[in-house]
Ligand binder design. Sequence first.
Ligand code: FES
Length: 102
Amino acid sequence: MFSLFKKKASSYSATLSPSGKVINVKKGENLLTAALYAGIKWPYKCRVGSCGTCKCKITGGKISPEIDFSYVLNFEEMNTGYALACQTVLKTDVKVTINLKK
Ligand code: FES
């Protein structure tokens, strides 16, 4: 049946670099929670957007920050796509670079 309304996605995918793994992120769920649920050993500490440990770089797609990242990230990071995974909700499928060395 033809519909005039575009069906909205109930989840998005996040392709992680450098591993190439793809995780499913439910609409409204933050990126860190989805990654931990998928078994990714993503570095984190506070989970409330204050420590910066979960910092990652969004290299493709769109996100919605749940807080103002400027309290933790510097100006250069803000302008080059860095985000706090624990406070990031996806608006589209994304590509993300994470640093697992911490
Ligand atoms: S875990 Fe601390 S800012 Fe995300």
